[in-house]
Design a protein around this ligand. Structure first.
Ligand SMILES: Nc1ncnc2c1ncn2[C@@H]1O[C@H](COP(=O)(O)OP(=O)(O)O)[C@@H](O)[C@H]1O
Ligand SMILES: [Mg+2]
Length: 359
């Protein structure tokens, strides 16, 4: 997958970074607190945690990440979080010491959340006495339940400690234990921010109309915007690289559709402008029953057809393109060239003609 990882400054997200700055500043002053960021995959939760890490001057970072493979393993995530602090273990009173040893150690013992919670709180506050702590817990929707119980317990008891805890989770999967903690739900980037993110990708040489269509289809999801280069502008769509799992999912839905519907989607995918008038003209040229096919593609949730054609995701567009056989793609570009006005859009027409000859 040609996903580009944006490693520079975050685009937009002023409210979120403001909340994070407030949280860490308060923690440094001894007023601890927690924040749960929720958002769909790709909305930028991990990017915000990373931002918190980079900007939390003077704080010691401890982190854990939920894992779907360790979801059934009691205290797996908590162990990750505590590992760098275990140097303080010998300072703990025997009962806390034992609770942690039984939670993390191989020795069988009561893995009792109500004993482990206070023990970890003790550990955390001892570590924080040396340096304020920033605890980042990513993919909290995959936390094992023992860890999420303890982490939620901690989050409710750090008000008097120099400790900030930030969780990131998917909306539906956020562990029930975290509900009730201060939360912030991430929606898509604004159109302006989405355009700015797209513009920061120097390799996407796209014209205005194409850019509008890309922003529309990505719905402000940063990951979808970053995946856009593989979803095509006026560059030949790459049909040889390995498709991402997202794209493969769209592709299997497309392949289950009747031939006419697939062909209509191929036409839509081959035209980077998303201009519906052009699509209808090309469909007529190819003898497709455009209205019925558009209705079927809409019903399948793959695309919407108004004055602009809008795929449900930029990668649905590339999936439609790749699902077609090379000869079919050539035929589709030929049809698009035939219906593109040579007087007003000579460049686009030439581009489609070139694709018709070679793609
Ligand atoms: N505000 C932003 N500005 C720039 N890039 C971003 C922004 N938000 C997310 N990204 C980038 O988008 C991609 C997906 O974000 P990520 O944080 O991994 O999403 P999530 O953790 O919510 O699934 C990453 O490559 C990330 O760097
Ligand atoms: Mg993430």
């Amino acid at each position: 997958m040609r996903t580009v990882h944006f490693s520079g400054r975050l685009v937009g997200r002023q409210e979120e970074t403001g909340r994070l700055a407030g949280l860490t500043a308060a923690a440094r002053a001894g007023r601890g607190g927690a924040l749960v960021l929720t958002g769909e995959p790709g909305t930028g939760k991990s990017a915000l945690l990373d931002h918190a890490r980079r900007t939390a001057d003077g704080m010691r970072l401890v982190r854990a990440c939920g894992s779907r493979f360790e979801k059934e393993l009691p205290f797996a995530a908590l162990h990750q979080l505590c590992l760098p602090m275990l140097g303080h273990l010998s300072e703990l009173p025997a009962q806390h010491h034992d609770a942690l040893r039984s939670a993390f150690g191989p020795a069988p013992g009561a893995r009792d959340v109500s004993r482990v919670g206070p023990a970890v709180l003790d550990l955390l506050s001892r570590a924080a006495r040396a340096q304020p702590l920033l605890c980042l817990i990513d993919d909290a929707h995959w936390l094992d339940s023992a860890s999420s119980h303890v982490l939620a317990f901690l989050a409710r008891r750090i008000a008097g400690e120099p400790v900030a805890m930030v969780f990131a989770a998917r909306p539906a999967g956020a562990a029930g234990e975290l509900t009730g903690l201060p939360g912030l739900s991430l929606s898509g980037l604004s159109d302006t921010d989405a355009r700015m993110l797209l513009a920061s990708l120097s390799h996407t040489a796209v014209d205005d109309q194409v850019r509008r269509r890309l922003v529309l289809e990505a719905r402000g999801n940063p990951l979808a915007l970053l995946e856009v280069p593989s979803a095509g502008g006026y560059a030949p769509l790459d049909t040889s690289s390995v498709p991402s799992p997202t794209e493969r999912g769209h592709r299997s839905r497309i392949e289950a559709l009747p031939a006419d519907v697939r062909l209509l989607l191929t036409v839509a995918s081959a035209d980077p402008t998303g201009d519906a008038a052009l699509l209808w003209a090309a469909a007529r040229h190819l003898g497709i029953d455009a209205m019925a096919s558009a209705a079927a593609a809409t019903a399948a949730g793959l695309a919407e057809f108004a004055t602009q054609v809008r795929f449900c995701h930029p990668l649905a567009r590339s999936a439609a393109y790749r699902a077609a056989a090379p000869g079919e793609r050539r035929r589709v570009h030929g049809a698009l060239a035939a219906v593109t006005d040579p007087a007003t859009d000579p460049d686009r027409r030439a581009w489609h003609r070139a694709q018709a000859a070679s793609s």
